[in-house]
Write a protein that binds this ligand. Structure first.
Ligand code: GAR
Length: 195
């Protein structure tokens, strides 16, 4: 009988890292799926502290390294089964996308295709939802392709927007959905790869 291969996740994050931490916690006791590394393009990103707390190796690379060959070569050497963007604010370079087709996913804090694209990150997204008087918002988990925020959608979950909502209150409710569903989607995708 062939032995079950260990699945490797690499997380890219630029911010606080609450999603990254949730993913780390979810897979901590999983024997066949590992969060191997965290990569960030912000030297002071909160995610670095969270990675340290859970003893996950985390590395800072500047934006140029993410675009040129340095990060690509690191990724090739690790050969991850899934690259998970969790609040990563930079467009992923085409050289990385073409090397890892269907192996890069992102989470967006709104219902794409609305409120996506360049500059739509974190609270900007929630401000845009409120400004547009949308009655619902939510999360979108999607594959990453060279078209920003336009890759194939894997899962969307929605919540109602209340007239009293602020960017902050929306962010809290949307974050709850993110923390619940992102690890589940990652697990499902990795299990499907094994079949
Ligand atoms: C998350 O809400 C994520 O959906 C969003 O950044 C936040 C990161 O939070 N990503 C985007 O807006 C991508 N366009 P975290 O650092 O606490 O996980």
């Amino acid at each position: 009988m062939s032995e079950k291969k260990n699945k490797k996740i690499i997380i890219f994050a630029s911010g606080d890292g609450t999603n990254a931490e949730q993913i780390i916690k979810y897979f901590k006791k999983n024997k066949s799926i590992n969060v191997q590394y965290i990569l960030t393009n912000k030297h002071d990103a909160g995610v670095l502290e969270r990675a340290k707390k859970h003893e996950i190796p985390a590395f800072y690379y500047n934006n140029e390294a993410f675009e040129k060959k340095i990060v690509l070569e690191f990724l090739i050497s690790v050969n991850p089964d899934l690259i998970v963007l969790a609040g990563f604010i930079r467009k992923i370079a085409d050289i990385i996308i073409s090397k890892f087709p269907n192996k890069i996913i992102n989470i967006h804090p709104a219902l794409l295709p609305s409120h996506g694209g360049k500059g739509m990150y974190g609270s900007e997204v929630h401000k845009s939802v409120i400004k547009s008087n949308d009655s619902t918002t939510g999360i979108t988990i999607h594959f990453v392709n060279s078209d920003y925020d336009k890759g194939k959608i894997i899962l969307q979950k929605s919540i109602k927007v209340d007239s009293k909502d602020t960017p902050n209150s929306l962010s809290k409710r949307v974050q709850k959905l993110e923390h619940k569903y992102y690890p589940l989607v990652i697990e499902k995708l990795l299990n499907e790869q094994s079949r």
